[in-house]
Write a protein that binds this ligand. Sequence first.
Ligand SMILES: Cc1cc2nc3c(=O)[nH]c(=O)nc-3n(C[C@H](O)[C@H](O)[C@H](O)COP(=O)(O)O)c2cc1C
Length: 233
Amino acid sequence: MFLTPCKLSFMSLHPPKPHIILGVTGSVAAVKTAELCSSLLSLGEVRVIATDASKRFLKETLIPTSALPLLGDHDEWQSWKEVGDEVLHIELRRWADILVLAPLSANTLAKVSTGLCDNLLTCVLRAWDYQSGAPLVVAPAMNTMMWSHPLTAEQLEALQSFGAGVPGTVTVVPPVSKKLACGDVGVGAMAPVTEIVKAVEVALQALRLRRHRDMEGTELGEVQAAAAAAAPY
Ligand SMILES: Cc1cc2nc3c(=O)[nH]c(=O)nc-3n(C[C@H](O)[C@H](O)[C@H](O)COP(=O)(O)O)c2cc1C
């Protein structure tokens, strides 16, 4: 099953592709999920967690089949029946090397920055291993007035502080200025997909280098070190 914990295998010269969770929230920019998903699939394996609100915007039929099915709150309870069963949000966290939140709504930002976890996506985020520097890339998207609300900067700062122990853990890809879907003109539109993918590539590269560095000075032999160096992340 895809959720089997599978971190980088240093024992293989053909290391697995990085595991990417794409979290999609209820912004109009969720219409770009298929495009973003296709680009992320060129970097690794992708699982998509969609909030209920995001499903109003994204079109499941356009999403590449290798990233399906979409995961949501229903799956959390579907896969858990009694003590001893796998807990989906924990299994997803174990599976993932990186979490990409795009688009990140004002609502989910507020929840995540204060620790609320009332759906599958926010539970994965609450269980995220910030202390070890597990990378999180977020691309906020919202109305200009929501973006310029003082709470937005405060909450993004809080989010970034979670990964303060390992520089580069949390990457914010800022929104851009344009005519928004609501008709307002100003900052708030999700950054272009290319910018988000570039940020993910940089975060994966930093993760790969950190894992490689962690290997040095251990008892592992040359084969394992070479595998780590050749790893795609
Ligand atoms: C048509 C429409 C467009 C919306 N666009 C945005 C948006 O771009 N950004 C945002 O933060 N919220 C937007 N919202 C509000 C969110 O959908 C709402 O706050 C929702 O509760 C977010 O839930 P989620 O964070 O669980 O996905 C929009 C709502 C509607 C009805």
